[in-house]
Unconditional design. Structure first.
Length: 397
């Protein structure tokens, strides 16, 4: 068998981290995978999580399996973090979150669940989108189609083209939409645009499938779910795949959730039973550790406050880096207007460089980013920003 297997090229995002590690250049900069970094380019453990881990170590008395849906406390905390404690859907138990192995796991079990019940469901994905959306959703059997999202020349989202194309989305289709901090472009819908999107969903009957991987890293924990909450209020059905990787810094613990919002508690509990059964077929039982820590943090007001402060610090640091990069590029004599970087949200922005220019930055300057020129803004620091700006200026000449 193995002799006929061909080698796959490295992953377009994760492969960069491997090459970066092997690079001996002391000035190397990693702007590849979307992982938060501090000023020393480390990805720290959130202190509230560290404390929760200690508490867990002291109190956990078994390693037996947890419930298939995940810890009840975690599920309750997540649904109210997304929809708000006062949400009618939560109160009426027609919005339920269940634990999934990371945001990617949440996307995948949702896709499997939808495809098992409605094979080949047409699913609209923004162009561009996270590079792994197509493999995760497509290989579950969903039929993927694109809708335009970002205008690369104007460096802003192309709402007119997006809404025009989405006129083709009809009853039963899924429309994957980034809840905040669009990956890869950093361009988010404003309130008015969310309103237009919600109205289109209502009129045409498509179901929003929200990828919420960065709650808290755009404008704030509450602000970043403006769109999701609007959809949940206005529409009969919404699906959310969320992640605790970035906002809780739990990357390797694979902690995320599927949230189903529907018309009745009965329909939602039946659908949740199907999602759980899908997960049983795929990996049987969910991981416990990350969810247990999130549950501890969110149910302890002191730890919760500490986490919110740390999250605020992360967000403000990224925002600050956006402004500093724009200013630094100007100060090293770059004529092009990079001010769009300051307006975009979350970890990512496109620099707007060609694949050749990106390759030059990698080969000649050891500055790593995705081929599309997507940068992880959090990878910039006061220690590397001069070298970064000067190198970009050189490849732009
Ligand atoms: C990214 O987009 O860089 C992150 O979400 C990490 C990943 O798995 O691709």
């Amino acid at each position: 068998m193995f002799q006929s297997i061909e080698r796959r090229p490295p992953d377009t995002i994760l492969g960069l981290s491997d090459t970066f590690k092997k690079d001996a250049n002391p000035n190397k900069i990693d702007l590849g995978a979307g992982v938060y970094k501090d000023v020393n380019s480390n990805t720290p453990i959130v202190s509230a999580i560290k404390k929760a881990e200690q508490k867990l170590w002291e109190t956990e008395d078994s390693k037996s399996y947890i419930a298939q849906a995940g810890p009840e406390g975690f599920n309750r905390q997540i649904v109210s973090m997304i929809l708000g404690g006062d949400s009618a859907a939560v109160k009426e138990q027609r919005a339920i979150s269940i634990l999934a192995p990371g945001g990617s796991g949440a996307l995948r079990i949702t896709a499997e669940f939808v495809n098992a019940n409605f094979p080949g469901t047409r699913t609209w994905i923004s162009a561009p989108s996270w590079a792994n959306h197509v493999p995760i959703l497509g290989s579950a059997g969903l039929s993927l189609v694109e809708y335009p999202y970002y205008n690369y020349d104007k460096h802003e989202i192309d709402i007119d083209q997006m809404m025009d194309t989405l006129k083709g989305a009809t009853t039963g289709d899924l429309v994957l939409i980034h809840g905040c901090c669009h990956n890869p472009c950093g361009g988010d819908l404003n309130k008015e645009q969310w309103q237009a999107f919600a109205e289109a969903a209502e009129k045409q009957g498509f179901i929003p499938f929200v990828d919420l991987a960065y709650q808290g890293l755009g404008d704030g924990l509450e602000e970043d779910v403006y769109g999701v909450r609007l959809l949940a209020e206005k529409l009969p059905e919404v699906i959310v795949a969320s992640s605790c990787s970035k906002n809780f810094g739990l990357y390797r613990e694979r902690t995320g959730a599927v949230t189903l919002i529907g018309e009745t508690a009965d329909q939602i509990s039946a659908s949740v039973s199907q999602v759980i059964s899908t997960a049983r077929q795929m990996y049987s039982m969910p991981p416990s550790h990350g969810a247990a820590m999130v549950d501890i943090v969110l149910s302890d007001s002191g730890l919760k406050q500490e986490w919110i402060s740390e999250l605020t610090e992360m967000r403000e640091r990224i925002d600050g880096l956006r402004s500093q990069l724009v200013a630094k590029l100007k100060s090293v004599g770059v004529d092009q207007d990079f001010s769009f970087i300051e307006k975009e949200k979350g970890m990512f922005s496109f620099l707007g460089l060609s694949p050749e220019q990106v390759q030059t930055l990698i080969n000649d300057y050891s500055i790593y980013m995705v081929k599309s020129s997507r940068i992880n803004v959090a990878g910039i620091s006061s220690r590397n920003i001069d070298y970064l700006a000067e190198s970009i200026a050189k490849v732009l000449k």
